[in-house]
Design a protein around this ligand. Sequence first.
Ligand SMILES: [Zn+2]
Length: 380
Amino acid sequence: MQPMNLECSQDARHRSDAEALSTVCPHDGAPLLVRYAVARLERAALAARPWTMWRYREMLPVGEGDEPVTLGEGATPLLPLGHVAKALGLDAVYVKDEAQNPTGSFKARGMSVAVTVAKRLGATALVAPSAGNAGGALAAYGARAALPVRVYVPRDTPALLVDEMEGYGAEVILIGGLIDDAGRIAAEYARGSGAFNVATFREPYRVEGKKTMGYELVEQLGDVPGTIIYPTGGGTGLVAMWKAFEELERIGWIGAARPAMISVQAEGCAPIVRAFQRGEQSAQRVDDGSTKMWGLRVPGGIGDRLSLRAIRESRGRAVTVTDDEAAEAMRDMHRHEGIDATEEGGATLAALRAFVKEGVPLPTPIVLFNTATSLKYWPR
Ligand SMILES: [Zn+2]
């Protein structure tokens, strides 16, 4: 096992035991982040390894002899945009297509690591709130690990997503309200039942899985991109990639340059964007949050400070797009590029289009993220 610590994201003096099932910082409730005492991973060592995210295992929370709970997640393609980029007068625009993960979404990365660690540290059952894709991924990895899974989802979650979770054997509880309401109920259930809660930023390991998106970008491009445009719900991916770049500099893969991290939210539910615009360190809950983009219908959460910090440190931005702009961009990614984007993926292209229209130059190459397959949301 690579020596590691769990460090509070709010106050680095707060440490937690990496050999116990940890949740958040016991002093202040802030998310915990994994810190590796000996950071070392030779690029040359990767050549012979299979293309899954576990090729970076020295920088993941597993020991040499540990078998990860894996379904072959990660190693998703970085697809150049053709016609759609040309129409904007741009080249060097790519889509990191996370739809090509197990269970069709980027959530697979985080759940693979979270379930691996939870199982090793003795969890006997798992629970999480979900807007859809996290629940599907947790259900699949729970099945793989032979651990029972319960998922709390908003009642209006599309039926196929619920069917998927149940298909992998999870118990699905439909609730009134939004994802953070589901989060409160899941936390209560965890306290009462002893099930381990793998909700976003409520345990330190989903971030570790998600950060492999940053490792892959550097391997695929040879260096960091100029700009990353990322649809932001809970914020794990944004925060995780920012952590990845810090680690990659430590292990000598990259220098001090960083991409501008651009967070995209829905016009109708944009807590991070509003806080960014007001110059605030944390976000206020959006009480009447409404958007057709399920993954972005996140009115608030404990990842807000870390997300805002990453955006600001990267000299990035936080912007909104409307549901219609995102849907139109999604259709263009389907029709003109053959890419299986969701509206959340479309939202990143819609944001790029707005920057071009306003004459805002972005450092290249530009990477858009498509976070999931559109198929689970059909029929439309
Ligand atoms: Zn703390």
